[in-house]
Design a protein around this ligand. Structure first.
Ligand SMILES: [Zn+2]
Ligand SMILES: [Zn+2]
Length: 156
């Protein structure tokens, strides 16, 4: 297998984080990167110490699970909690961010969003990202990344 690209490496990290999700509706992972280094990561789940959707079911209002904090928010809040600047950083996320996360991403000074899958891509989110000059790039995760890991890293 060829050496993994940085884009694939960070996107794989976001997909690994998604495996930690506690919401049964959708598993999302997000990684914040600066100068090719991971500075924070998050997945969608309950607030620390809160009940998990996986244990008690989702708390659905108007078609959305309100129990969880989104992966993008969790990653940004991790930076807030530990005093890590997000200005000029980049985010890798498994799914196209919702409108709330879009606004938080822009406001936190993140300059680029790489997402693997389309997910209800909100036209207003697209408009806001464009307006703010945030680079938006779809980077699908290559499945051979995990196939390679599952193989134990050796020759197939
Ligand atoms: Zn849920
Ligand atoms: Zn969101």
């Amino acid at each position: 297998m060829e050496r993994i690209t940085w884009d694939q490496y960070f996107m794989a990290q976001s997909h690994l984080l998604a495996l930690r999700s506690t919401c049964t509706r959708l598993a999302v992972g997000a990684t914040i990167v600066r100068d090719k280094r991971i500075i924070a990561g998050g997945y969608n789940g309950s607030i620390a110490g809160g009940a998990h959707c996986t244990d008690e079911g989702c708390y659905v209002i108007d078609g959305h699970c309100v129990r969880t904090i989104h992966a993008e928010m969790n990653a940004i809040l991790q930076c807030a909690k530990f005093g890590v600047p997000t200005e000029g950083a980049e985010m890798y996320v498994t799914h196209f961010p919702c409108l709330h996360c879009c606004k938080a991403i822009i406001q936190s000074g993140i300059r680029a969003v790489y997402y693997a899958q389309d997910y209800k891509n909100h036209p207003y989110a697209l408009e806001l990202f464009a307006q703010a000059g945030v680079r938006l790039v779809q980077v699908p995760l290559k499945t051979d990344v995990f196939a390679f890991l599952a193989s134990g890293g050796g020759e197939a």
